[in-house]
Design a protein around this ligand. Structure first.
Ligand SMILES: *Cc1c(COP(=O)(O)O)cnc(C)c1O
Length: 342
């Protein structure tokens, strides 16, 4: 049984307040634009992020795909980080379902894409090339907050070359909590933004895409085509509203707890744990068998994410200081045992 689940901030379960809000939600048929709670969520998210309109999606993957398809036509191109979610972790949907050519570019260690790489990748107006339409960035990126000046420079460059800009802001609220900027300032650098309610904010399901009204109407048609036109979504939109109202201002707590977790893990140099990045800690140990370590932790009710030699720890609503104490105990036991064996 998993007691302390550090795999992701998606694992949170709705608490009693959120469930009560869901039970009480006014609902209608959202495809007929009749669901008052969903409309309230969409309007509220758009307002918070300084955009004209919003559209509710079942997943962030679908919200991003609809955005890419609304920005780019068949045979057009988007510039994206080689390690970005919309390129690497969404099943190639933009290419497969959108006939959009991805132009992946290297992500620097701080999560940015070098400005010269962006500039050089924008294709000249020449029939040999796909038409470059869009720059897509991600913030936070693997827990890293993209610097304010970089956001301004990268989106400014894109605009000056006639490109649209999209932010995969699955964890935008974490980026805002960790920087001196509010979410609307970050969103304001981009034409369109997707935000996940089901990560650190603790809702069970849902993402909202925000942008200009005309763009959102285009995305609504695409959402239908992708199978995302849902009916009495007020039940889940109510959870998302609850998440926005109650779980944004507390994100700093997750970030502080991730820093505490990094300090715990740093006591065991063999783990090779890095510093925390917003609500995440990564480790890529050189000598340690990460699979064996993860299995040992699982035996003690602790689940950790990551694969292929890297482990990822994520803090969220459902882990607390006692979770950290259990991690410390487990690490001590693991290394004692190994020493005993030598
Ligand atoms: C989680 C995530 C998404 C969307 O994920 P879904 O599981 O489809 O909701 C998109 N981008 C990033 C950066 C994410 O972390």
């Amino acid at each position: 049984m998993i007691v302390d689940d550090f795999r992701s901030d998606t694992v949170t379960r709705p608490g009693s307040g959120m469930r009560a809000a869901m039970a009480a939600a006014e609902v209608g048929d959202a495809v007929y634009d009749d669901d008052a709670t969903t409309k309230r969520l969409e309007a509220m998210t758009a307002e918070r992020l300084g955009k004209e309109a919003g559209l509710f999606f079942p997943t962030g993957t679908q919200a991003n795909l609809a955005a890419l398809m609304a920005h780019c036509g068949r045979g057009e191109e988007y510039l994206v980080g080689q390690m970005a979610h919309t390129y690497r972790l969404e099943g190639g949907g933009a290419a497969v379902l959108g006939s959009i050519q991805p132009q992946p570019l290297p992500n620097e260690p701080d999560g940015t894409i070098a400005l010269h790489a962006i500039a050089n990748a924008i294709k000249p107006d020449d029939f040999h090339f796909a038409i470059t339409r869009l720059l897509a960035l991600e913030n936070t990126f693997n827990g890293l907050v993209l610097p304010d000046a970089y956001l301004e420079a990268a989106t400014g460059l894109a605009r000056s070359r006639g490109l649209a800009t999209h932010l995969d802001g699955a964890r935008l609220m974490n980026a805002a909590a960790a920087s001196n900027r509010d979410a609307a300032w970050i969103a304001g650098q981009f034409d369109t933004v997707s935000l996940c309610l089901s990560k650190g904010l603790g809702a069970p399901i849902g993402s909202v895409l925000v942008g200009p009204r005309e763009f959102i109407e285009k995305a609504r048609r695409i959402r239908k085509m992708l199978g995302g036109g849902m009916r009495q979504t007020g039940v889940i939109a109510a959870a998302a509203i609850y998440a926005l109202e109650h779980n944004v201002t507390r994100l700093g707590e997750d970030h502080r707890r991730a820093a505490d977790l990094a300090a715990v893990l740093a006591r065991f140099p063999a783990l090779g744990a890095g510093p925390s990045r917003t609500n995440m800690v990564f480790m890529a140990p050189k000598e340690l068998d990460t699979a064996a370590f993860a299995t040992f932790l699982r035996g003690r009710g602790i689940a950790v994410g990551g694969r292929y030699g890297t482990l990822r720890w994520v803090t969220h609503l459902d882990v607390d200081n006692t979770s950290l104490a259990r991690v410390a105990e487990a690490c001590e036991a693991y290394f004692d045992k190994r020493e005993a064996r030598v």
